[in-house]
Ligand binder design. Structure first.
Ligand code: PLP
Length: 400
């Protein structure tokens, strides 16, 4: 097989081999954790032990762990569940205060409430590095504290890796008795994530971003969190999330969470060194490349250790992505297509980057299986790909 460098760990990171073995063993054992017979009780034991492991890894109590199908479901449960509950209790609470750079799982849940349920959203803005300021949140709340249903601000951004001051945001929200949700999908495995210390009421996590399997995640929800469920049925997971539990996936996620937290400091050091090499190397190519967001060599607290985000003038990110892919380099533009048409990223636009500049975006993300060889292969391949992408763009514009 030809060499390929996987530089898209923010999309999904390979499942760790130990996790694959644990999942395979659990699938072979079987059992529904809600059944009362022997194999069902054994599955329940696995679920409850996994709950304890996840709680230990993420700094919360086992009873605060609600298993879900992943980040998208957890975000939807947090946003819609809180809005329905709090708005239902007091009709004046119709305002959502949400970061402008959130993932679509949060943004689209919010848009749904705005378009179908009469919610109003105020966006928490960001500076040029993608960071929000707790003082702006306070101003938004102060306009009318009694109208705020909830605050949602992500822990770290999936495109540009910017880390938010989550504890400050939670503290401001709590001064006014407002619940706070944080999407920590990209943070786990790259930053210490302690739910209790963060002060958040709700936290989203997804196993496939930290070495676990796809299709399983958690919503951490404080015992006093007020949530209306999205799904109804067997009443599993504190009546908040009905449905047969994915025992094998949960077992795999718990092991991945334990490994990710145990290995955090070595991993941060390794990833930051690779990231810095990649960014430095790209800037040294003389291709007029720009780095998005704050970048300081060795820093792992303002920007995720595994995130490099570049903007390459004169190129369409998508052409570059396909050219790099053909040469064995797997990466991302960071933003989504709508109806097959690439859209400039809402994250970059919120950071004050122009549409044209945002079109040349390339997201390169590193993880537990990344090596020096991946970075070297990318840097070797990039100049020819940029040259072809620039020529293609200029030809498509009639040489303009
Ligand atoms: N939130 C963030 C910040 C993400 O990066 C992602 C996935 O990319 C999600 C939510 C959605 O998670 P999942 O893929 O588990 O549905």
């Amino acid at each position: 097989m030809k060499f390929s460098a996987y530089l898209d760990h923010a999309a999904t990171t390979p499942t760790r081999p130990e996790v694959i073995s644990a999942i395979a063993e659990q699938l072979a054992t079987g059992g529904n954790a809600s059944s009362l017979h022997t194999v069902g009780r054994a599955a329940r034991r696995v679920v409850e032990e996994s709950r304890e492991d996840v709680a230990k890894a993420l700094g919360c109590g086992p009873s605060e762990v609600v298993f879900t199908s992943g980040g998208t479901e957890s975000d939807n449960l947090a946003i819609k569940g809180t809005w329905w509950q709090r708005h239902g209790e007091d009709r004046r609470r119709n305002r959502l205060l949400v970061g402008a750079t959130e993932h679509h799982a949060v943004l689209d849940a919010v848009e749904h409430l705005v378009h179908h349920e009469g919610a109003v959203v105020d966006w928490i803005e960001v500076d040029a590095s993608g960071r929000s300021d707790a003082a702006q949140l306070r101003q938004l709340i102060e306009r009318d504290p009694a109208s705020v249903a909830m605050v949602s601000r992500m822990w770290a951004n999936n495109e540009v890796g910017t880390v938010q001051p989550v504890a400050e945001v939670a503290a401001v929200a709590h001064e006014y008795g407002i619940p706070m949700h944080t999407d920590a999908v990209q943070a786990i495995g790259q930053l210490p994530v302690d739910f209790a210390a963060s002060g958040a009421d709700l936290l989203t996590a997804s196993a496939h971003k930290f070495g676990g399997p796809q299709g399983v995640g958690v919503l951490l929800a404080r015992r006093d969190a007020s949530l209306t469920p999205l799904t109804h049925g067997g009443g599993q997971e504190r009546q908040l999330r009905s449905g047969t539990l994915n025992t094998a996936g949960i077992r795999g996620m718990a092991l991945a969470a334990t490994l990710a937290t145990e290995q955090l400091s070595q991993e941060q050091e390794k990833l930051a060194a690779l990231r810095d090499k990649l960014i430095r190397g790209a800037l040294d190519l003389g291709l007029d490349i720009r780095v998005t967001g704050a970048h300081e060599v060795g820093d792992v607290s303002a920007r995720l250790a595994g995130n490099a985000h570049l903007r390459i003038p004169g190129c369409d990110g998508d052409s570059l992505l396909y050219l790099l892919d053909a040469a064995g380099i797997e990466c991302s533009t960071g933003s989504a297509c709508q109806a097959g048409v690439p859209q400039p990223s809402h994250v970059l636009l919120a950071m004050g980057i122009s549409e044209d500049d945002a079109r040349g975006a390339l997201r390169l993300t590193l993880g537990h299986s990344s090596t020096d060889a991946d970075v070297a292969a990318f840097l070797e391949t990039l100049p020819a790909a940029v040259d072809r992408a620039r020529r293609a763009r200029s030809a498509s514009r009639g040489g303009r």
